[in-house]
Design a protein around this ligand. Structure first.
Ligand code: FMN
Length: 185
């Protein structure tokens, strides 16, 4: 089973990316988590282009989403919303439908106690209208993200490891159900 992990932050010391690194390290044998590294290369979304006219970076993103059994998105909160670069990436897949029926764990992380819940609400709304299969039981804000994981993905708070393992297990279950249903949610 393979998951694609998408961080909404480009910051080198990003706590959102660190959380995804931690998830990657916690993945059990047989489950591979790939960290998407191309967010900064995606140009601004242009609805005037036909799907096949999209640049290579966009095609590569679409291919990676399509090939993944499940997606984990972890977004920071900027001015009470998700970062424009993350919304931009999602917009490139609206017409081509890579997220349709795709099991997704939607996460947010912020240094605040709210964990970026406003960004998460926006992310969830966008994914829902794109017909993604958001897994509600594991989609959640992660409060105090910066102090609970180091930038290399090393977990400081043992309770966080429990949460992240539950996210991996819940998404794996959702992917299994999705596969049994022939790719439908
Ligand atoms: C432009 C900007 C706007 C921000 N707005 C919010 C906000 O609305 N709510 C919040 O909880 N944190 C906000 N923050 C703080 C971020 O949550 C914090 O910088 C976080 O660590 C960013 O995620 P990262 O560590 O993955 O880069 C903002 C940060 C920036 C740079």
């Amino acid at each position: 089973m393979n998951f694609l992990a998408v961080s909404g932050s480009l910051r080198s010391e990003s706590s959102n990316t660190a959380l995804l690194r931690a998830i990657q390290a916690l993945a059990p044998p047989g489950l591979h988590v790939t960290l998407y590294a191309g967010l900064a290369e995606l140009p601004p979304f242009d609805p005037g282009l036909e799907p096949e006219e999209a640049p290579d970076s966009v095609q590569a993103f679409r291919d990676q989403v399509r090939a993944a059994g499940g997606i984990i998105i972890c977004t920071p909160e900027y001015a009470h919303g998700m970062p424009g670069i993350l919304k931009n990436a999602l917009e490139w897949t609206v017409a081509t439908g890579e997220f349709v029926d795709k099991p997704v764990a939607a996460l947010s992380s912020s240094p605040a106690a709210s964990g970026g819940e406003k960004a998460l609400a926006w992310l969830t709304q966008t994914l829902a209208v794109m017909s993604a299969d958001i897994v509600p039981a594991i989609s959640q804000p992660i409060p105090f993200g910066r102090s609970r994981v180091k930038s290399n993905g090393e977990i400081v708070d043992p309770a966080l490891a429990v949460t992240l393992e539950a996210i991996l297990a819940g998404l794996a279950r959702a992917v299994d159900v999705h596969t049994q249903n022939g790719g439908k949610s």
